[in-house]
Design a protein around this ligand. Structure first.
Ligand code: NAD
Length: 328
């Protein structure tokens, strides 16, 4: 199978590519060729593909998913598109939403049109639990109405619904995954886990939003990618599948675990004004993917966080240059 991966130089997309090429036993799909199409924005990094750089099955195209001509040239000859490329950081979307609407909505529509024109077999759209908004109790099922609150999640909801619309309108073979918060190696150090770990490793402080009571389900990126491959291989066309089942933690609990893993105390935490419109809790029901496709997460939070902290300790050369231009 020839697979085109958009955003394959980012955090999750590069994990997906490394999984396909180096750990075929854990992936439900077997690639004969993998093409990464990535614009290499601030969060895209070719170093994320270093472990597979010399694999003859891998090729790389630097292109913008909004560039219809470039996408049109790249897609022919592939059997599947797995679409990760997006603007992905909520705080950036609050500071300015234009890039989010352009890349996430217009870029996805550009890709969908090209995939339809070139008769690509299957289109896997990678979405997020944030499209549902916030839930106080219980967990969302896949048929829950979307009610996004941030410009990021609203733009992801737009792209997610567009992908489903291309199935219903044009009969395209589309599947959508919605996943909870990921952590792991190669995550750009603006997101909470790598931001906190790298700040702590540098002897600095970490900013904790509001009362620290916001709850997220934390899933190791390897488990997310295993879930995406299962959906790509066996998901039913036109269906949405949740991927999650990590561990629910308040931000304060997560902070405590990261302080412990880095061997430092609460004196390194600085409370800051809460994020605007901060969703209180996300929680996914993962019954559907478990029942239909046999998905189950395999990395426990303890081992996953310990391994992640170790990775940032051992890979300063990867993250130090990325932190230089940013204030935090
Ligand atoms: P990331 O920011 O690390 O990577 C995004 C990648 O997309 C980068 O390589 C970037 O260069 C590329 N890209 C951005 N705009 C582009 C464009 N216009 N054209 C081509 N490439 C472009 O993000 P991530 O955390 O790896 O997230 C990947 C996907 O997974 C996103 O769609 C995101 O919404 C989704 N997701 C993320 C999480 C999470 O916890 N990080 C959870 C659920 C879903």
């Amino acid at each position: 199978m020839r697979i085109l991966v958009t955003g394959g130089a980012g955090f999750i997309g590069s994990e997906f590519v490394r999984m396909l090429l180096t750990r075929p036993a854990t992936a439900a799909i077997t690639p004969s060729a993998v093409t990464v199409l990535d614009k290499l924005t601030y969060s895209g990094n070719l170093a994320n593909l270093d472990p597979v750089r010399d694999d003859p099955r891998l090729s790389f195209i630097q292109a913008d998913i909004c560039d219809a001509a470039a996408v049109d040239q790249a897609l022919p000859g592939h059997d599947m598109v797995v679409h990760f490329a997006a603007e992905s950081h909520v705080d950036r979307s609050i500071a300015g939403a234009a890039e989010f609407v352009t890349t996430n909505v217009l870029g996805t529509q550009t890709l969908l049109d090209a995939a339809m024109r070139h008769d690509i077999g299957r289109f896997v759209h990678v979405s997020t639990d944030e499209v549902y908004g916030s839930i106080e109790d219980g967990s969302w099922t896949e048929d829950w109405p979307l009610s996004p609150n941030s410009p990021y999640s609203a733009s992801k909801a737009g792209s997610d619904l567009l992908a489903l619309a291309y199935h219903r309108t044009h009969g395209m073979d589309v599947v959508v995954t919605r996943c909870s918060n990921n952590y792991g190696p190669y995550q750009f150090p603006e997101k909470v886990v790598p931001l906190f770990v790298t700040n702590l490793l540098d002897g600095g402080t970490v900013p904790l939003y509001g009362d620290g009571g916001n709850i997220r389900d934390w899933l190791h990126v390897r488990d997310h990618c295993v879930g995406i491959a299962l959906v790509a291989a066996g998901g039913r066309a036109g269906e949405v599948y949740h991927i999650g089942g990590g561990t629910e933690l308040t931000n304060k609990e997560l902070t405590g675990l990261l302080l412990q893993a880095c061997g430092v105390g609460w004196d390194r935490v600085v409370p800051v004004t809460d994020r605007k419109g901060h969703d209180r809790r996300y929680s996914l029901d993962i019954g559907k993917i478990s029942r239909e496709l046999g998905y189950a997460p395999s990395v426990t939070l303890d081992e996953g966080l310990a391994e992640t902290v170790r990775w940032y300790q051992e890979n300063r050369a990867w993250w130090e240059p990325l932190k230089k231009p940013a204030a935090q």
